[in-house]
Write a protein that binds this ligand. Sequence first.
Ligand code: SAM
Ligand code: SF4
Length: 339
Amino acid sequence: MDQILVKNPTLVDPFGRMVDYLRVSVTDRCDLRCVYCMSENMTFLPRKDLLSLEELDRLCTIFVEKGVKRLRLTGGEPLVRRGIMGFIENFSRHLKSGALEELTLTTNGTQLAKYAEQLADCGIKRLNVSLDTLDADRFKSVTRWGDLSKVLNGIESSLTAGLEVKINMVAVKGFNDDEIVSMMKWCHDQDMDLTMIETMPLGEIEHDRNDQFISVSEISKMLQQDFTLTDIPYKTGGPARYVKVEETGGRLGFITPMSHNFCESCNRVRLTCTGVLYMCLGKDDAADLRAPLRQSESNDLVELSIDEAISRKPKGHDFIIDRDQKGPAVTRHMSTTGG
Ligand code: SAM
Ligand code: SF4
């Protein structure tokens, strides 16, 4: 007898959290090799394992139909995937229809001079650009070969195109902790928010992460020697907690995956470029959506796999950077799940 399968129309997990935010890593490849993110000689996935852009569109559309309101494209570097602008143009139909409230990108900025205007034309309003330093030599060393001027031009083009830009800065001890104030002033002078991120123990890299870790509470304490930081209720739907810096009038965000738990309000899941759905950034449990997607032209099997995956979304994660446990808490790289 055929089994009767009941699909869940919305994405509510067992803890009552509504999953309305999807982060999609569209490629694991990148034109940079940030030292905390990738090793120099990364082995990238064979292209045949990637979801085609048509498959990505079909899968993301199912998520939108099931209630995802905000979708962020990330990677690897999303803007180096061939054909990505065509994908974005096409997918922006969900913005036009009102089904999707926001389509955003997290990018290293190297391609923005080329694409900013097109992105704005597609209805993209905000971008997160990752930038850890304003010093060209340091930029080259942290990214292993990047050219800072390309990113700065990209940011300028984005602002000119009317996009709201938020800068994400990963705090690395002994590398850029002396630039936090200058980065903050530079961002606030141009009406950009700055978010400080602690390094997270994801993926094997070549050095000991304990030596690099600075908590955002250390940063906040350091800043409070010269600045007045006022807590504000501002939220972008992500895990950042924001303060207003009274002296600059700008906003500063803190993302503290290590020192605090932001799991209670977690509204997101992550899709990799091979169609694997991770229900939590800090856990290895995942669901393969590529097989059910490819198995049939109907969406029923994928929808059921999504429902089943959401029913396994854990209550919280358990990241630790521990002196005794030198390895990463989770072995996949951030470029696989997209941060
Ligand atoms: N390539 C794009 C970029 O750099 O913005 C998108 C992908 S990148 C993996 C997304 C974010 O993850 C970036 O802000 C990056 O700095 C951050 N990231 C990568 N590895 C990290 C780690 N181990 N700990 C904390 N943040 C990390
Ligand atoms: Fe590439 Fe972004 Fe990772 Fe840097 S953080 S290597 S830019 S994916």
